[in-house]
Design a protein around this ligand. Structure first.
Ligand SMILES: C[S@@+](CC[C@H](N)C(=O)[O-])C[C@H]1O[C@@H](n2cnc3c(N)ncnc32)[C@H](O)[C@@H]1O
Length: 418
């Protein structure tokens, strides 16, 4: 999901910031943790909120940020990118087919329908009515697509923010593709929570039903050489005085890029498991967890990778992998992949995974690089804590506070996914 346009560092790696300039990447905005101020502007029409002058300034700022966010989704390019991500789109379609019994003859709400693709999949699966809600201008196109496919009787496109929609009935199913980079960037899950609390019937279905954010230590010498060591010898000229700036430019912000299983130094750790049937917006304001990894290899540690998966289950079903599994033994990432896939399959659950060992998606992985690598020996421990919270700068951005220590050295890195 990120609308937007590319903003590239000088090194060519992508840093999400759809608010700032046009780009082709889905500029998934933001943090899914949020300030109380933002929550109120989301939850109620602004006119109903009693505001101090300071609040009014904030509100108009949030409105502007929101307008920019929805503007980025009015561009067709971002929708094309998402639809062409066949891992994403086919998994949603498979989930709709798998839950056809719960959808056929029922009322569905699609939160953020974009071009209308998921709404139409639901209509084709037999939904009696689909409320396709979309705040950006792409809603106009969605409506045309619905008409052209003779589905206007069933699919009702509402060109509005979900927060402002009025419908007179409860729904049986809520579907939404809300996930941002690092899962929580873009802060769209809170809109799904609002829709769930206002309109979902007791026992209703939410697709996806569960989400899990993972982190793992990463070694990536190639990347470090390409962006940093490059300055040591530029056409025979020693430019190493530029190194501090090069590190800042390359690694200050999280980097969205595709890595492979070979880059991962240990089993992943669950940063946050989310049950979409029960999660609250407040729970997403700030997430802190402690982690501990033992390196499986002797290798330089360059930072941490983050990725997520989502699952499509009934309300009653227990999620398959909300357990934190911490480094142990010498298992490889291939084993990890097989295990996770089997876990999902054995329970007949569909998993949309953005893990490095899986087929790449447009979400790629988010990497927080250290300014200085740490030389790890096999079984050496790296531990610390990670806090993800909504940014005050823009509630769709994600503030990341990372603490890490190995041996007797400790570090803190602050960054913003913007
Ligand atoms: C990631 S896109 C998914 C589009 C489409 N469902 C798909 O799968 O291709 C998310 C869409 O949700 C819309 N959106 C985000 N927050 C919304 C809100 N609060 N109300 C209505 N639409 C919203 C965005 O404008 C964007 O078009």
């Amino acid at each position: 999901m990120l609308p937007g346009f590319p903003s590239y560092h000088s090194n060519g790696y992508h840093s999400p910031s759809p608010l700032r300039e046009p780009r082709n990447k889905r500029g998934r905005y933001s943090s899914r943790g949020r300030s109380s101020q933002m929550l109120s502007s989301y939850a109620f029409p602004l006119s109903q909120v009693q505001q101090s002058p300071a609040d009014r300034t904030s509100s108009s700022k949030w409105e502007e940020l929101d307008a920019a966010y929805f503007h980025s989704y009015s561009h067709l390019g971002i929708h094309e990118e998402m639809i062409k991500d066949h891992v994403r789109t086919e998994t949603y379609r498979a989930a709709i087919q798998q839950h056809q019994n719960s959808i056929s003859g029922k009322v569905v709400m699609d939160v953020g329908c974009g071009t209308g693709i998921l709404s139409i999949f639901c209509a084709l699966a037999g939904a009696r009515k689909v409320y396709a809600v979309e705040a950006s201008e792409i809603a106009v196109q969605a409506n045309e697509v619905v008409k052209a496919n003779n589905l206007s009787e069933k699919v009702i496109v509402l060109h509005e923010k979900i927060e402002n929609v009025t419908i007179e009935e409860k729904v049986d199913v809520i579907i939404s593709e809300w996930m941002g980079y690092m899962l929580l960037y873009e802060s769209m899950l809170s809109s799904v929570i609002l829709a769930r609390d206002r309109w979902l019937k007791p026992g209703g279905l939410i697709l996806p039903s569960h989400a899990t954010l993972y982190m793992a230590p990463v070694t990536h010498s190639e990347r470090y050489h390409e962006s940093i060591d490059f300055w040591r010898n530029v056409y025979g000229i020693d430019m190493s005085v530029i190194l501090p700036l090069a590190k800042q430019c390359a690694f200050e912000e999280p980097s969205i890029e595709t890595i492979s299983a070979e880059n991962i130094l240990s089993w992943p750790f669950v940063v946050k498991g989310i049950d979409c049937y029960t999660v609250t917006a407040q729970e997403l304001e700030s997430i802190t967890t402690r982690y501990r990894f033992a390196s499986m290899l002797r290798a330089p540690l360059h930072g941490f990778a983050f990725w997520f998966d989502v699952e499509f289950s009934d309300p009653a079903t227990f999620p398959t992998h909300f357990n934190s599994f911490i480094t142990s033994g010498s298992s490889t990432s291939t084993h990890l992949s097989t295990q996770r896939t089997n876990l999902a399959n054995s329970n007949k659950k569909l998993l949309l995974s953005t893990a490095p060992e899986e087929e790449p998606t447009h979400w790629q992985q988010a990497i927080i690089y250290f300014y200085e690598p740490i030389e790890m020996t096999q079984d050496q421990i790296i531990e610390g804590s990670i806090t993800l919270s909504r940014s005050m700068e823009n509630p769709r951005f994600l503030n990341i506070h990372l603490e890490y220590s190995s041996g007797c050295r400790s570090f803190v890195k602050e960054s913003i996914l913007r």
